[in-house]
Design a protein around this ligand. Structure first.
Ligand SMILES: [Zn+2]
Length: 241
């Protein structure tokens, strides 16, 4: 009887831990998924998604099918950041459709409202600095809206930059410099800086540690879409060789 009671307690104590583990976004998708080496791997992953993509679809048809799915996508309550992931992915897709890189960002205020959005436009505008986050922050700082949120050049607390993909070193430093927190939908095992704060020079690291940085609570389908849009340059080998 005593052993049975202990067993029941072990089961009761284990269930919440297991549930907690299951809702952790990092456990939803195998980390190996977030590395795509070539066009063949990308096409395989695209065909595998519920977007109706066929291996021999032309690039514009692939992008239209992604757009159809994304526009109709309804974020579920259990994934609290999917609303931002959808908006960032729509930005990313916009850039890809323009011939650019597939990364998008949105700026969120402390009430959870999206107050600005932007996408990467390096290739469209031939500017090396126009990553999604850089464009987002520059446009925001130059807008009239900024007066409400900016104190000199450091933002008032509570703003979050949410990116479809983990910010690169340049963007991560820029976000930290503004005082905003960082969230992202898909990790960047090959290029992301947000998960590598320890590698920053001491003063930059100290500043970065004052900000919050996290992988968003996003559904597997949004995480995968962010990743596939990021690697969409493999579809037609766009970008520098
Ligand atoms: Zn960047």
């Amino acid at each position: 009887m005593r052993r049975a009671l202990i067993l029941v307690w072990v089961i009761i104590l284990t269930i919440p831990a297991y549930t907690q583990q299951n809702v952790s976004p990092s456990n939803k998708v195998d980390p190996a998924y977030f590395v795509t080496r070539n066009r063949e791997e990308l096409i395989h992953k695209l065909v595998d998604m519920p977007w109706g993509i066929k291996a021999d679809d032309p690039v514009n048809v692939i992008l239209q099918k992604i757009q159809t799915f994304l526009l109709a996508f309804q974020p579920a309550a259990e994934y609290s950041d999917d609303i931002y992931a959808k908006a960032a992915n729509l930005q990313a897709l916009k850039s890809v459709m323009q011939g650019g890189y597939g990364i998008g960002s949105v700026l969120i205020n402390k009430e959870g409202k999206i107050i600005a959005a932007a996408h990467n436009s390096q290739m469209q505008k031939h500017r090396s600095d126009l990553h999604a986050e850089m464009t987002l922050l520059t446009n925001f700082e130059e807008s009239r809206l900024a007066k409400e949120y900016v104190n000199i050049y450091v933002y008032k607390p509570g703003l979050i930059v949410f990116s479809s993909a983990e910010p690169c070193p340049m963007c991560y430093i820029r976000i930290n410099t503004t005082g905003a927190d960082t969230k992202y939908c898909t990790p960047g095992p090959d290029d992301g800086m947000a998960s590598r704060t320890d590698f920053l020079p001491p003063a930059w690291k100290e500043m970065a540690l004052k900000r919050k940085v996290s992988l968003g609570n996003c559904s597997p389908v949004m995480q995968k879409m962010s990743h596939l849009l990021f690697y969409s340059y493999l579809l037609d080998n766009r970008g520098p060789k």
